[in-house]
Design a binder for this molecule. Structure first.
Ligand code: MLT
Length: 407
């Protein structure tokens, strides 16, 4: 009989957010009269910005007419969107990214999951803890790790993010080839300073490593001087791939659009020791495995870059940051220390007790769903993540319920 990929057996039975959804659904099935408020998975609640809706309608009309109908588009995305991205997200920051270095996709989760395929099986990984589980799980599936022992996989250099380092890990002493970084951070909400990112870029250059920089939450940065892109750091073009998303910027979690930047100056070594452009390989990946994002969705994404779109998306992210501020204040009032929430939609709360136990307590006593820190890694134990993605009314009600439940 055909054999399975044994590496899958090293994984925890289910994906973190699927696990949580299962527990919540079981609770709801037994307690149908108790409405649950979800501040767990970071899923947006507010409708799409009006400019995006208008663009979707207009593009749908185009698809309804023979003269303007479109079939397959370019796998890497339409030029109108790639050009808008290069200009507004990078040139405006003083960084130089060419439109053809931008690969439009249907989500950062998929891009971050897929990109590891272009690197060798014995690539040495450095991954933060706590971490968005996709970085680890996809490398486990690919066979780049050993077994899981006590919550950690053999073969990964874990970068502890703790209260001691302000939840921003410094480069390790050991050499790694592929480094995963995420700022503003999921799950902690921490942001990295220019100096901290510069240290990572220097490390990557020293070790000829590549940084996979997840910037899905960059639109929440408000503190002046905090980098929004790794390419703001001198030399990063030679060592970093950046992932961005329209999900949390413009409410696209259900519409699906994101992009990955692979600079043409980024090189990796082949088995014979020759340098190859990573861009060419990712281009090959895209053309082989992807047929592009729907035209109306790309039009909606491009609308984000119009003056109206910029105003509307700013209002949207400000709205969620308003929720984040309330969450932070409420946790502080309960005597719990926390970070995040000022430049990020997540608040990382040090609850000083077992995080799954705290999850159960809040679900059972308050009917509020949060994410237990242990689900993001060993260093997440003792913490919970609260998401600011919900309506103002739900966040306010959840905070009142949490206060009552933990008093
Ligand atoms: C999260 O809650 O961590 C995110 O919503 C997950 C995701 O973006 O895939």
């Amino acid at each position: 009989m055909i054999r399975l990929n044994e590496h899958f057996t090293k994984l925890k039975a289910s994906y973190l957010f699927a696990d949580i959804a299962k527990r919540v659904n079981a609770y709801v099935a037994v307690n149908p009269a108790k409405p649950v408020i979800r501040l767990g998975i970071g899923d947006v609640t507010e409708p799409l910005p009006p400019v995006c809706i208008a663009a979707l309608h207009a593009a749908t009309e185009e698809m309804a007419n023979r003269a303007t109908f479109r079939g397959y588009g370019p796998e890497q995305g339409y030029a109108f969107l790639r050009e808008a991205i290069a200009q507004h997200d990078f040139a405006a920051l003083g960084t130089k990214i060419e439109p053809d270095e931008v690969f439009v996709s249907d989500g950062s989760k998929c891009d971050i999951a897929n990109i590891q395929e272009i690197f060798a099986a014995d690539t040495r990984l450095a991954i933060p803890d706590p971490v968005y589980p996709v970085y680890v799980d996809t490398n486990v599936m690919a066979g780049r790790t050993g077994m899981n022992r006590d919550g950690r996989y053999d073969g990964i250099i874990y970068l502890d993010s703790t209260v001691a380092n302000g939840y921003v890990p410094a480069p390790p002493k050991e050499a790694a080839d592929l480094i995963y970084l995420c700022f503003p951070n999921n799950p902690t909400g921490a942001v990295a300073t220019r100096a901290q990112l510069a240290a990572w870029v220097a490390y990557a250059r020293q070790h000829s490593a590549i940084i996979l920089y997840d910037a899905a939450y960059e639109s929440y940065v408000r503190t002046p001087g905090i980098p929004r892109s790794i390419y703001e750091i001198e030399g990063a073009r030679d060592v970093a791939i950046e992932f961005r998303s329209f999900s949390k910027l413009a409410g696209f979690t259900g519409l699906r659009c994101a992009y990955t930047v692979v600079p043409k100056t980024l090189q990796a070594r082949d088995a014979a020791g020759h340098q190859q452009a990573v861009h060419a390989l990712w281009h090959r990946w895209h053309t082989t495995k992807f047929n592009g994002v729907a035209y109306p969705v790309q039009k909606a994404a491009a609308a984000v870059y119009t003056p109206e779109g910029q105003k509307q998306t700013r209002a949207l992210t400000d709205f969620y940051l308003g929720n984040a501020k309330l969450i932070r204040e409420a946790m502080t009032k309960l005597g719990l220390s926390c970070i995040g929430g000022d430049n990020a939609p997540y608040i990382w709360v040090n609850v000083r007790r077992d995080s799954w136990e705290f999850f159960d307590l809040l679900l059972n006593r308050a009917q509020v769903v949060i994410t237990p820190g242990a689900g993001f890694g060993r260093c997440g134990e003792g913490h919970i993540r609260i998401s600011a993605f919900n309506t103002h009314e739900n966040v306010t009600a959840a905070l009142t319920r949490i206060a009552t439940a933990v008093m």
